[in-house]
Design a protein around this ligand. Sequence first.
Ligand code: CP
Ligand code: NVA
Length: 315
Amino acid sequence: MPFKHFLSVTDLTPSEVREVLVLANDIKRAPDRFRTALQGQTLAMIFQKKSTRTRVSFEVGMVQLGGHALFLSSADIQIGRGETIADTARVLSRYCNGIMARVYGHDTVEELARWASVPVINGLSDLEHPCQTLCDAQTLVEKWNPAGTFDPDVLRGKTLVYVGDGNNMAHSLLDTGAALGMHVTVVAPHGYWPDPAIVDRCQRLAAQTGARMAVTDDRERGVMGADCIYTDVWASMGQEEEHAKRLRDFDGYIVDAAMMARANPGCVFMHCLPAHRGEEVSADVCDGPQSIIFDQAENRLHVQKALMCKLMGGR
Ligand code: CP
Ligand code: NVA
């Protein structure tokens, strides 16, 4: 893969997305083969927001590839005192082989990428969460392929319905579905629909890959035909003060057993986590037999190892 940043799923071509997923599966099946893939390399990890999965999976992933990761809370580095993103990107590029950043504004990862001379990976911005949805795709490929096989084409023609806020997760799921030929419907109340520019770009790509992208507020019909129902919190990081209003606005959009019953038989439930049981998902669905949330969480590790190998030139 040529030198590139990964700020969005759209930074990879559809065939590169497939390559990453296949490598992630290889790494998961035989991790020892990749123990020295990034030997001696260092990943800087800048966090403006909290994290459990992203921080731990990147850090453990680097160690398992023979490298090292540095946790840099933005409050504790000079960014917190006003040093520019441009200077930070240029300095970190002199020490490290890659930069992963979890930020508020998407323009922050774009600015890092503009100035860094090493790959920059978006570990979540307000606009997109592309590492998460690569692992989601890996998880669905595993789920829907016959045991022992791993063919990303199994996603073609399947339907993922995302119920909830048209946020970073909705955007990256649309991008991922469009790349891989999987239909994606976003079910959200008016006022919480995904960015129309992102829906447009996904529809253009989907026209080439055979996928259908849709947005609706109809939570009855919207989930019909779903092979996967996915949700996320109603108030994301940075929106905590809107929590009470959002609880009211999303009333009735909880993913519960009645909603799952309207989907296809065998429909799986996904959530990027952390989850608020009793808000966007009922506890019985979140912890029930259709839920694959911890397989998803595990796959953050494998898919990010694959991504780092591809972007940082691992053997
Ligand atoms: N899903 C996800 O990104 O989790 P964290 O916020 O814990 O990193
Ligand atoms: N939409 C959520 C995702 C967390 C992984 C947030 O941005 O807080």
